[in-house]
Design a protein around this ligand. Structure first.
Ligand SMILES: NC(=O)c1ccc[n+]([C@@H]2O[C@H](COP(=O)([O-])OP(=O)(O)OC[C@H]3O[C@@H](n4cnc5c(N)ncnc54)[C@H](OP(=O)(O)O)[C@@H]3O)[C@@H](O)[C@H]2O)c1
Length: 266
């Protein structure tokens, strides 16, 4: 069997939504792609990616557990190839009033969005360090959110996990700059995926996908920023980008009130 010569990328939560579109963008740039997901549909997603003329490696595991994260990493490492791009994308939300939401749901979200991101980043960063600069690009995309720039009432712990991811990405970016490893944060605005339905937010303004950003465009912006070496990019239309500009001059209570209006259950 001949050794693959294409660069290799991984995308967590690559079976649907923004993650799948990130994988498509990378495939269209000539990368083989390893994708993870929780359900069996990760295999169908891999088949679709093969339609873009690359190899795809699906891995089914629960990103909320240490073993699930580690098993995806092991599957990627077992390919025995340099890793050129890692998209740490998987993330879930928990909507609702903090008084009412279930603690186990919130702890699971923190496990996926925070602990799982740090866990996989540790494996990726060390592997990229060890493989050195001579075996192609070394780039890491951390998927955060516009929610990182505002308090998020009615999904209060979610916004905090996304602020964690943004801060973490900017921090390791600075550490890895001299190594030549690029780290970029993608901050999508509200995007058309299954995310808000899965977060139990169907009874809020976010329950309607029709007004949200297009996930293909959000992913395209993220991958472009990653390859341009930008520190972060807001994913979405002009109104979404303006929202983040506005957040810089608003007080935390002002932002909280505005955000709370949109996320409050009807
Ligand atoms: N959509 C938005 O409005 C929005 C806005 C800002 C930021 N983001 C961020 O963008 C990222 C992607 O969100 P999305 O909108 O694409 O969400 P999504 O449509 O709900 O997709 C979630 C993906 O993650 C996988 N996944 C979920 N739970 C998992 C688990 N426990 N173990 C392994 N895989 C799991 C799913 O796999 P299965 O297919 O197997 O279920 C799927 O591939 C998240 O980090 C989110 O915080 C989203």
């Amino acid at each position: 069997m001949s050794t693959p010569t294409r660069p290799l990328a991984l995308v967590t939560g690559g079976s649907s939504g923004i993650g799948f579109e990130l994988a498509v963008q990378l495939a269209d740039r000539g990368h083989d792609v390893a994708i993870s997901g929780q359900s069996e549909r990760v295999h169908d997603a891999a088949e679709k990616l093969r339609g873009h003329g690359v190899e795809a490696y699906p891995h089914q595991a629960d990103a909320a557990t240490y073993d699930g994260v580690e098993s995806f990493w092991k599957a990627v490492a077992d390919l025995g190839r340099p890793l050129n791009v890692a998209c740490l994308n998987v993330g879930i939300g928990v909507g609702g009033r903090f008084l009412d939401t279930d603690l186990d749901d919130e702890l699971r979200m923190i496990a996926i969005n925070c602990a799982g991101t740090v866990h996989l980043a540790k494996r990726v960063v060390r592997a990229m360090h060890d493989q050195g600069p001579d075996r192609g690009d070394r780039r890491i995309l951390v998927v955060s959110s516009v929610s990182a720039t505002t308090p998020t009432p009615y999904e209060p712990a979610y916004g905090a996990t996304k602020a964690f991811g943004f801060n973490f990405a900017e921090s390791i970016r600075e550490e890895l700059r001299e190594e030549g490893i690029v780290v970029t944060a993608l901050l999508p605005g509200a995007t058309d995926s299954e995310f808000h339905a899965n977060a139990g937010m169907g009874n809020t303004r976010f329950g309607d996908n029709s007004w949200k950003n297009d996930r293909t465009e959000v992913a395209r912006q993220g991958i472009e920023a990653l390859f341009a070496g930008d520190d972060h990019v807001v994913g979405g239309d002009e109104a979404t980008k303006q929202q983040v500009v506005d957040h810089r001059s608003m007080s935390e209570p002002e932002k909280a009130a505005k955000q709370g209006e949109a996320a409050r259950p009807r």
